[in-house]
Design a protein around this ligand. Sequence first.
Ligand SMILES: [Zn+2]
Length: 284
Amino acid sequence: MSRKFRTLAIVITIIFMATMLSASISAYEIMPSSKDSIIPPDERVYIDDSSRNEYPYISLAYLTFWYDCVDENGNQCGSRGTGFFITDKSILTAAHNFSCAKANHKDTSKVVRIDIGIVAKVSGYTQTYTVTSSTANMYIPAAYSADKKNYDYACIHLTAGSLAAPVLTLYNAPESELEASNLICMGYDPLTPPNNEPFVKQNPYLYKGVGKSTRLNEHIIYYNIDTDRGQSGSPVMIMKDGKYQVVAIHTSGTGEDNKGESNSGVRITQAVINDLLMRGFYQQ
Ligand SMILES: [Zn+2]
């Protein structure tokens, strides 16, 4: 096989608590964990394969979570989300991605697969750029258990393997700057092909949306950016000094604001940055 036809997909398989994945899972059983929403019309821009290995898209990760619980059809539960590298070893995402969202299912994910760059659309793609890892640290703030809305962030810290590409920078933006700036959210949507193309199983679709803040408080920023299911954990960014700066982690779809008008995310406050710095998951 010619090397030039191989993909640049990176796959990192992380096994938490030494739990082995016992069965393969069809993509149809793994639903996105979020309730994220389009605010009609869908104004997101599709990012095709030609750009996915370039910054900043290469800094994004398509995350697949498996849980120990089983659905009504007897299949192992799982979900999809998005994350992003903040160091070459640390991926920030939404904490709720780690829990099965089905009613009365409370299992926490012990296995996460991380795909970066051009993700294999069909089985048979050869992964030439592969980072392998057998273990990783998973961090969810203790405050999340008491307040799932305000502390919905989590970090996967690789103990082996790393991203050989630029990473995204965190920025505790003043409220005036958040209110004035264009906000950009990029993430993987596993269910919505662009341009009415036919749905392809196991093909995550990468989208970028742009919008404005509609309101904010100490922890949460609301915005009119289109997002969809699977984008939980996506970075919400502004452009500052010509660079992408992450100001929030996308967590919630419309309805969370009780008006059905805004999507929202957890702000990157100084407390969040300090928390990640203290644990060695981030560097400045
Ligand atoms: Zn479940």
